[in-house]
Design a protein around this ligand. Structure first.
Ligand code: GDP
Ligand code: IMO
Ligand code: MG
Length: 438
């Protein structure tokens, strides 16, 4: 059983890119399985600092097969410029493959994304505006254009005539927007089809063959379980199909569920969220600002990788962490940004909620209930000591160890990796997730 899934356990931006870059060393195939260029995964390694939106974070090793799976929606221009950026910086992308079944973010999707948000007014979701949500809507609505269509001009033209007429009717009649020109859209599709042709393949077969050979596959999730369409803080979620949770990984790359051996849940040592929606432990005080602005000067503050928006910050939510660990079948936790907590005299962890006088230990289904949750906190001593240079668990200050152990207890899953800085080697590994000895 050779597949390892890496998922975000909160509202995204937990450090999945950083964790995938780290574990990719031991894997032969690294595949993104959901979402689109709404994702922003930061990697800092010997080649520098990179923000990837579509290309898997395994790309830096050169010889690994990197797959953009059928579950991802692809904005062609975003992908082409990401490949160019990597090549310009000396990263070999010849091992990159793009699923022929992946859906394409078409020119109307970002337009509709923004118009939809305007229409929602005070109920706006705070989307990334990348067109990712509307592309998934069209996938489920059976109006999607796939990468295979981009390289099959006759099929594309036939589909495009019908779909564009439909979309222009929506844009002009529903939103009062400007229609898109058929010839312009067609020519753009042809142009990107030719640029992407060398990468487009039946990637499910590539993944299945690697599985059959017993090679390690790393399946890179995007977003976080609390943004998942089914299990997240609906409707303040993303629209990925398959899900942003681990169960979506097989669907998004074309493997059967028995391929999965382990699930690494990436959790930040505190909570963040971009966009709107409930966030029980959100801080509106100086502690929240301190979490957000730590490392800002070095470019590692809590500001969105995709949109640059400030992230909402709060204390670690043990209730939600346990909720997402169970939903994903998490077998290993990677705890990131522990170094950021070094600045506090005392740190807090939410261990339960109060809702209308009752104790609640999980995420309620109703939005009104989610928004009314009052966190119950446990206070732990801080450590007030830089830990970015620490490489073994035993060398962490006792208070930092106690914090990690409390997180472990609340999740019911071992913390196998602790990240103490954005760079590849700034990590403490307490157990080899692939079963080797340390
Ligand atoms: P992703 O979307 O889950 O891949 O996460 P993002 O890249 O959007 O956001 C995570 C941010 O935290 C990036 O700026 C990373 O470089 C940074 N980062 C990751 N791990 C650590 C860590 O342990 N400490 C610090 N200070 N920064 C980290
Ligand atoms: P990574 O993979 C954080 C959020 C948006 C918004 C909601 C819906 O980097 O962790 P969308 O554009 O998807 O329709 O927006 O989801 N969102 C993310 N937040 N990290 C992400 O990805 C996100 N992808 C979407 O901010 O609240
Ligand atoms: Mg991100």
């Amino acid at each position: 059983m050779p597949a390892t899934v890496v998922i975000g356990g909160q509202w995204g931006d937990e450090g999945k890119g950083r964790v995938v870059d780290f574990f990719a060393r031991d894997c032969a195939v690294i595949a993104r399985y959901s979402a689109g260029s709404n994702a922003g995964h930061t990697i800092v390694n010997e080649r520098g600092r990179f923000a990837l939106h579509l290309v898997p974070a395994g790309i830096f090793y050169g010889q690994k097969i990197c797959v953009i799976g059928n579950g991802v929606v692809i904005h062609p221009q975003a992908l082409v410029s990401e490949i160019k950026m990597l090549e310009d910086r000396g990263v070999d992308t010849t091992q990159l493959l793009v699923s022929n079944r992946a859906h394409v973010v078409m020119p109307w999707h970002p337009v509709i994304d923004k118009l939809d948000e305007q229409l929602r007014g005070e109920h706006a979701i705070g989307t990334t505006g990348t067109g990712t949500g509307p592309a998934f809507v069209d996938k489920a609505g059976r109006l999607g254009i796939r990468t295979v269509d981009l390289v099959t001009p006759e099929a594309l033209e036939q589909k495009l005539r019908f779909v564009l007429e439909y979309k222009n009717a929506v844009i002009t009649k529903l939103y009062g927007g400007e229609p898109l020109r058929y010839e312009a859209v067609r020519d753009e599709c042809h142009e990107y089809g030719e640029l992407l042709r060398p990468y487009i393949a039946d990637t499910a077969v590539v993944a299945q063959d690697a599985e059959a050979r017993g090679e390690q596959l790393l399946l890179e999730g995007a977003q976080g379980a609390l943004l998942d369409l089914d299990s997240g803080t609906y409707p303040y979620v993303t629209s990925s199909l398959p899900a942003s949770i681990a169960a979506g990984a097989c669907i998004g790359v074309g493997l059967g569920p028995r391929a999965i051996a382990r699930v690494v849940g990436v959790y930040k040592a505190y909570q963040t969220r971009v966009g709107h929606g409930p966030m029980p432990t959100e801080l509106f005080d100086a502690d929240g600002d301190a979490l957000r602005d730590h490392g800002r000067a070095q470019g590692t503050g809590e500001y969105g990788t995709t949109t640059g928006r400030p992230r909402r910050c709060g204390w670690f939510d043990g209730v939600l962490a346990r909720y997402t660990a169970r939903l994903n079948g998490v077998t290993s936790v990677a705890l990131t940004r522990l170094d950021v907590l070094a600045q506090f005299e005392r740190v807090k962890i939410c261990t339960g909620y109060e809702l209308e006088g009752q104790r609640v230990d999980t995420l309620p289904g109703a939005l009104t209930a989610m928004t009314a949750l009052e966190p119950i906190y446990e206070e732990l001593p801080g450590w007030r000591e830089e830990i970015s240079h620490v490489r073994t668990f035993g060398d962490l200050p006792p208070a930092a160890r106690a914090y990690v152990q409390r997180v472990e207890q609340l999740l019911g899953v071992p913390v196998d990796m602790i990240s103490v800085g954005p760079e590849r080697e700034q990590a403490i590994v307490t157990r080899d997730i692939f079963g080797g000895t340390l």
